[in-house]
Design a protein around this ligand. Structure first.
Ligand code: MN3
Length: 250
């Protein structure tokens, strides 16, 4: 595993740089030189809430308006605020993208681990779903999924099972591994497969589902499986393909 991780580090170009999926996430650092920058903007090097891209009620009835509003404006914003506060006390992460923060964070750097993961995960999560979803995987992503899982149905079953069986709070993932294969995994809390120093199996996540109760409890209560089924209908496969193609570019 250690060797694999080292090779993955090399493959990912992570020596502080990471695989800049940040442009896809739209969650880059605040730019003090940006037009319109003024004293109201956050200080340079801090992270900001990315645009949601659709209305809070756009995913009704599968994900309700109140859940979306609270999840985005309170939970995600809290991860960002706590991340910025934690980063203010360290120089190890200065100027890094959120991808790179996740790549180098150590297990005992709890505040940055939890809130950096929270920021990366939610920034991607808002993009991985869209009103009405978008068809099914096609092109090079579909081919890679067939190679790795045998069929799309097999993937959906494995992904759903990972999400259903994650005990407590966490995420289930579809990620690209160091050999270009795809795999399903799940992580507790706000950990993600970018966290090479933390997770059992590192990779580049290209799809993930939030199975914290705050993501579904208002509408689904304890019926996590129903929420997962609704999420699968909302997946924007065009965006997942963009993550796949970006992660695959060395
Ligand atoms: Mn969440």
């Amino acid at each position: 595993m250690a060797r694999n991780r080292r090779e993955f580090l090399k493959l990912a170009g992570v020596a502080g740089a990471g695989m800049a999926l940040s442009p896809l996430l739209g969650c880059g650092n605040a730019d003090p030189e940006a037009p319109g920058a003024n004293s109201q903007d956050p200080p340079a090097g801090t992270f900001v809430l990315p645009p949601l891209g659709y209305a809070f009620d756009a995913l009704e009835p599968d994900i309700d308006r109140e859940t979306m509003e609270i999840h985005y404006t309170r939970h995600h914003q809290a991860y960002i605020n706590n991340l910025n506060a934690a980063l203010a006390g360290t120089t190890d992460f200065s100027g890094l993208s959120i991808d790179s923060v996740c790549s180098i964070v150590k297990p005992d750097q709890t505040a940055i681990r939890n809130n950096g993961g929270g920021h990366w995960n939610h920034s991607a999560f808002w993009k991985w779903i869209s009103p009405g979803g978008s068809n099914v995987p096609t092109g090079s992503l579909e081919e890679a999924m067939l190679r790795s899982f045998g069929s799309l149905d097999a993937f959906f079953t494995e992904f759903s099972d990972a999400a259903k069986t994650r005990f407590g709070s966490g995420w289930a993932w579809l990620s690209l591994d160091e050999n270009g294969g795809l795999f399903v995994s799940s992580t507790p809390n706000q950990d993600n497969p970018l966290m090479q120093k933390i997770v059992e199996r590192p990779g580049q996540p290209i799809l993930g589902i939030d199975v914290w109760e705050h993501a579904y409890y208002l509408k689904y209560q304890n019926r996590r499986a129903d929420y997962i089924a609704s999420f699968l209908k909302l997946i924007n496969w065009d965006v997942v393909s963009a993550f796949y193609n970006s992660a695959g570019r060395k």
